[in-house]
Design a protein around this ligand. Structure first.
Ligand code: NAD
Length: 337
């Protein structure tokens, strides 16, 4: 069955790395039709809106999008792109895999999938200043909101993912010892959901600070991690660092009505237009998208080809120690399909 997906090339290196990805996906024989749409500065230039309605409408239609990095224009009057997308499509699960592929890294066997709650917690946006006397900003508060509904669906997503991928263990990462209400509810709900998976996947709990320490001392012991928004934001950059940096790490944003896949890195303005960007992260994001669309075997085949080229180190880009161009790397991956 033909997969219909929205393609947002993005800004900076976005068009280079997404073009390379589209070429790879076509070479893999995937039956996919891309609906190209604009967002970011490219959309501001064309429509004076970084997230035009037709781009949103396309994702509503296809329910799938591959997104290059976007430059959010500064200044008032522009919608925040990520907030607009997260709100519009209720993209509650942020899924970031981090796996050792490159040789010569400090850790040899990292293979972690971090599942971050993407809509609640401290990032829900309930913030204000408190005036004391004449000082309008004498204090500030940011309120963390955890709902049973939000906690249930993110834990269930993490456990289902672990079972589907044959993973051995899910670690519930929290700070319930101090934040007894919000983190306490998150952990309690996690424990309840975990019971539904008894015998299918192991479960353990870690306080976030202990988890951070272990991630940089013995990351190999982690498998699937599920945690709240702020902790997930921080720990997922940490896990990216363990395996060679943001240029290699994809991220999926999953909602019940749509899913958006992207690289974790930004627009890399310093190398944009030079044809030397590493397209790995967007290529792996496309693999996540194919897997999500039910093409798991094809996704694995493409991912294996990418990993082979990275492991061989003959045609890798400058950011990971090579001299290949984006096109040369892409050619090498296609040759290994
Ligand atoms: P960045 O990730 O764009 O760049 C950081 C460094 O990593 C740069 O030296 C860059 O050359 C390098 N780099 C990044 N991706 C690379 C790749 N694929 N291949 C080779 N080198 C790569 O981060 P930044 O400079 O902080 O941000 C630049 C812009 O990107 C900002 O406007 C920011 O808002 C935006 N941004 C967008 C997203 C997104 O759309 N998801 C994410 C992060 C940043």
């Amino acid at each position: 069955m033909t997969i219909h997906a929205t393609l947002i090339p993005g800004d900076g290196i976005g068009p280079e790395v997404t073009d390379a990805t589209v070429r790879l996906i076509a070479a893999s024989g995937a039956d996919i039709t891309w609906d190209r749409q604009l967002a970011g500065m490219a959309a501001v230039a064309a429509h004076n809106d970084p997230m035009p309605d037709q781009t949103i409408a396309s994702i509503k239609r296809t329910k799938l999008a591959l997104k290059g990095p976007l430059e959010t224009p500064s200044g008032k009057g522009f919608r925040s792109i990520n907030v607009a997308l997260r709100k519009e499509f209720d993209l509650y699960a942020n899924v970031r895999p981090a796996k050792t592929v490159l040789p010569n890294l400090r850790f040899k066997d990292v293979d972690i999938i971090l599942v971050r709650e993407n809509t609640e917690g401290l990032y829900i946006g309930i913030e204000n200043y408190i005036k004391i006397g004449t000082d309008e900003r004498a204090a500030a508060q940011s309120i963390a909101v955890v709902t049973r509904y939000g906690a249930e669906r993110i834990h269930r997503y993490a456990f289902d993912l672990a079972v589907r991928l044959g993973r051995k263990k899910v670690t519930l990462v929290h700070k319930a010892n101090i934040l007894k209400y919000s983190q306490g509810l998150f952990l309690d709900v996690g424990r309840e959901i975990a019971k539904e998976y008894t015998g299918k996947v192991a479960v353990e709990e870690r306080i976030v600070d202990a988890c951070a320490m272990e991630l940089v001392s013995k990351p190999e012991r982690y498998d699937v991690i599920v945690t709240t928004n702020l902790f997930g934001d921080i720990l997922s950059d940490l896990t990216s660092g363990l395996v060679g940096g943001l240029g290699l790490t994809p991220g999926a944003n999953i909602g019940k009505d749509a899913a958006i896949f992207e690289a974790v890195h930004g627009t890399a303005p310093d190398i944009a237009g030079k044809g030397i960007a590493n397209p790995t992260a967007v290529m792996l994001a496309a693999c996540q998208m194919l897997d999500h669309a039910g093409q798991g075997a094809l996704a694995t085949r493409i991912q294996n080809a990418i990993e082979t080229v990275l492991r061989e180190q003959k045609a890798i880009t400058g950011d990971v120690g090579g001299t290949a161009s984006t096109a040369q790397f892409t050619d090498a991956v296609i040759a290994h399909l």
